[in-house]
Write a protein that binds this ligand. Structure first.
Ligand code: FBP
Length: 552
């Protein structure tokens, strides 16, 4: 393998564990906390999880390790979108497992949850693991989005587990994957398989968090990577003074990534989907808000700026989600074939006009043709519009342009508007993990093994007090059912982990809201620069602004 100098150096980095896990495996014991209940729908969740519901929260502390001696054979999977630090979760898990007993075994199932079903695995050893320490990506075993949720799948997983003598399975994933971890844990317990299931909180989107889980891993590195790029673009904009940059960032169901990047870079505009939904804003209102900033800046001779747009923005705009719902209906069943067979866009447009309500047609009509066509091009396997593929950064800049033309005609706007577009997503998901993510992930993996060793199942590996130095972090476990409620999914009531949206009364959003009017008009950009791995702690061990504000 060809190694870059940084890769070589990162192999040598020793991740920091929480103080309570630093004294060696033999000196880690369990302190029991309170019994837990789910965040909502307690009776229903309890009935669905009779074997794993209501367990105690636990923390680890310094003391005699009195866990039963038992050979452990653990299977691990990486699930969903990549997030920096995933390799370190596996490394931490491996190190704790081998430190406990050299004969313990760690199997990595390949390609995500499907690896468990297809029994496609690799057995880790030191040489293999050492190539992945402190590196980005999920390429150690790959990832996938297959959902593990049906009894048939669980039966197959049980067979695979039996074949290898698995004592535990660790699922490293987001809210859906950890929901599935809870369901699998319940199945394994109900069927007396002896297989424990432990989850680890992953996602760059930052929407797997709650009073127990302070941050999902990967959010720190991904937002720092995007913020570096946004800062660089801001500096370019401020140098050339001729472009407005519309930058879409990942985060399909929540706007945490956009908000964090805004706190890091102080752009002129940042949209927050949750606010758009709460205020029931229309596309024209959003465009008009951006145009206000462009107009004020342009009239003062500043024909440049930066706007951050969260990936999922259009789903938060009520009129747009209604339009999408109607398009999904319009193209249901045979209609897709009929629609695709129409000879040209004019014929398709007439078909659409006939099928949509007057209100939705009014929204459709103001969209640029490129976006109108995107709404009909890409469908997911269920036949739905894939909202994340809509180029919302182009949509909004086109609407802003139209609005500015009107203002120009009315004589209020005297500037020039030229827009450039960017999408930052995949650029950040496999970056070398920041020291924070390297430490946090290693701790999550190490801690996951301690939960296994002490016999817990249906727990999420929990490391908290993250805004403090790692020495003060608190390691333990939280029953996954504590984070669950019942939600409607695909027409059925399902137990799921509640997704964390941006809280409009939370400190990070409030800080942003207090400052954004100034940022909209002035050039108040800040340039965070690249992630630093070596050097003074104040630049290398920075947490996110979101975490710092939430725990200030
Ligand atoms: P997870 O929720 O699985 O962590 O993935 C999040 C994400 O990175 C989103 O921000 C993005 O919309 C999506 O993955 C892209 O998915 P894919 O990798 O399948 O293109």
């Amino acid at each position: 393998m060809n190694l870059s100098p940084l890769q070589k150096a990162r192999y040598e980095y020793v991740p920091k564990l929480p103080g309570m896990l630093r004294n060696g495996i033999s000196k880690i014991c369990v302190r029991n906390g309170e019994a837990t209940t789910s965040v909502a729908d307690q009776d229903k969740i309890k009935a669905l999880f009779p074997n794993t519901y209501g367990k105690n929260e636990i923390t680890f502390e310094k003391g005699e390790n009195n866990s039963p001696a038992k050979k452990q054979v653990v299977g691990v999977i990486l699930s969903g979108g990549q997030a920096p630090g995933g390799h370190n979760v596996v490394c931490g898990l491996y190190d704790a497992l081998k430190a406990t007993d050299k004969n313990n075994v760690l199997l990595g199932f390949k390609g995500g949850p499907s690896g468990l079903i297809d029994d496609d695995f690799v057995e880790f050893d030191d040489a293999f693991i050492d190539q992945y320490r402190n590196t980005g990506g999920f390429d150690i075993i790959g990832s996938g989005r297959t959902k593990l949720e049906t009894t048939d799948q669980f039966k197959v997983v049980t067979e695979v587990a039996k074949k290898h003598g698995l004592t535990a399975i660790v699922i490293i994933g987001g809210d859906d994957s950890n929901t599935n971890a809870a369901v699998l844990a319940e199945y394994m317990a109900a069927n007396n398989t002896g297989v424990q299931v432990i989850g680890c909180p992953k996602t760059i989107d930052g929407d797997l968090k709650n009073e127990d889980i302070e941050a999902s891993f990967g959010f720190d590195t991904a937002t720092k990577t995007y913020s570096e790029l946004i800062g660089n673009i801001e500096r370019d904009a401020n140098s050339a003074k001729k472009y407005w940059h519309f930058i879409k960032v990942m985060g399909r169901s929540a706007s945490h990534v956009a908000l964090e990047c805004a706190l890091e870079t102080q752009p002129n505009i940042c949209l927050i989907g949750e606010e758009v939904a709460a205020k029931k804003m229309s596309l024209s209102q959003i465009a008009s808000q951006i145009a206000d900033s462009v107009e004020k800046r342009g009239n003062a001779g500043n024909n440049f700026g930066v706007a951050i747009i969260p990936e999922g923005i259009v789903e938060f705009v009520p009129e747009f989600s209604k339009l999408i719902a109607e398009i999904n209906e319009l193209l249901a069943g045979e209609n897709t074939v009929k629609f695709n067979a129409l000879p040209d866009w004019d014929a398709k447009y007439a078909f659409i006009e006939k099928g949509l309500t007057k209100e939705s047609m009014a929204v459709f009509a103001i969209l640029p043709q490129l976006i109108q066509q995107q709404l009909f091009l890409e469908r997911d396997p269920h036949g739905n519009v894939q909202v994340s593929l809509i180029e919302s950064e182009k949509l909004l800049s086109a609407l802003v342009k139209d609005e500015l033309e009107k203002r120009k005609a009315a004589g209020t706007y005297k500037g020039k508007f030229s827009a450039l577009h960017h999408f930052f997503g995949y650029e950040g998901r496999c970056a070398f993990p920041s020291n924070f993510d390297a430490d946090y992930c290693y701790s999550l993996g190490y801690n996951a093994f301690m939960l296994i060793q002490y016999g817990f199942t249906g727990y999420l590996s929990k490391v908290s007090n993250l805004s403090k130095p790692a020495e003060e972090w608190v390691a333990g476990g939280m029953p996954i059912t504590k984070m669950m409620n019942i939600e409607r999914r695909n027409g059925e009531d399902k137990p799921v982990i509640r997704k964390a949206l941006v809280e409009l009364d939370g400190k990070p959003f409030k800080y942003f809201a207090e400052n954004r009017d100034k940022w909209a008009v002035e050039t108040a950009f800040t340039y965070p620069g690249a992630i630093q791995y070596y050097g003074p702690s104040e630049v290398c061990d920075l947490t996110t602004r979101t975490l710092a504000l939430e725990h200030s």
